[in-house]
Ligand binder design. Sequence first.
Ligand code: CA
Length: 236
Amino acid sequence: MASEAKKILLVEDEKTIRDVVTAYLEKDGYLVRCVGDGQSAIEEFEKYTFDLIVLDLMLPKLSGERVCRAIRDTSDVPIIMVTAKDGIEDRIVGLELGADDYLIKPFSPRELIARVRALLRRAHTESEPALETLDFGDLVVDISGHKVMVEGKEVDLTASEFKLLTTLARYPGRVYTRMELVEKVLGYDFEGYERTIDSHVKNLRAKLGDDPRNPRWLYTVHGVGYRFEAPATAGE
Ligand code: CA
């Protein structure tokens, strides 16, 4: 498909990582601009238009956290947050600041490319009319008809379970924190209700016949929340 190259802003203060990541992104056909500190990231962002931002959390001058906040004030551009340690706190901070995804260092450049592609694809479909049916082969979610089919048989879901499933399944691979799911599915914002999401997920899994120890669709992201994975299908 001939289309204009997507522009990526890479914010990373470690030169070796910057060079490797840039090389991989360019090889994959992206146009990359690099900056090494938070202040420059904001300046660059104000000057140019980007399709996606890869943002390190620990940066000189202005932290990735503050950069993310500043960008989110004016833009919905997809952001992948890169955090240095496997701290659950950091991941949640990143997602709650409005980052779309996160990567933990050290990460493989191939993993980053996969996330970039997925996020750009998602950003693209979000601007198109809403999908009426999500078809994952054995699992089909008919959003307008409010129907879910597993292996051809209709499954009876409650309104909350249906909302939970469609929220997760619209963006396969995206991690949702429990708090996000509480807001999206239940429509309120109260910490005590995070466990409610766990119960809904448990019921939904039972109804879909999805084994949590060997999931087909619904994955637990330990200490964070949940994500939906579309099984490998044709066209991906
Ligand atoms: Ca850093």
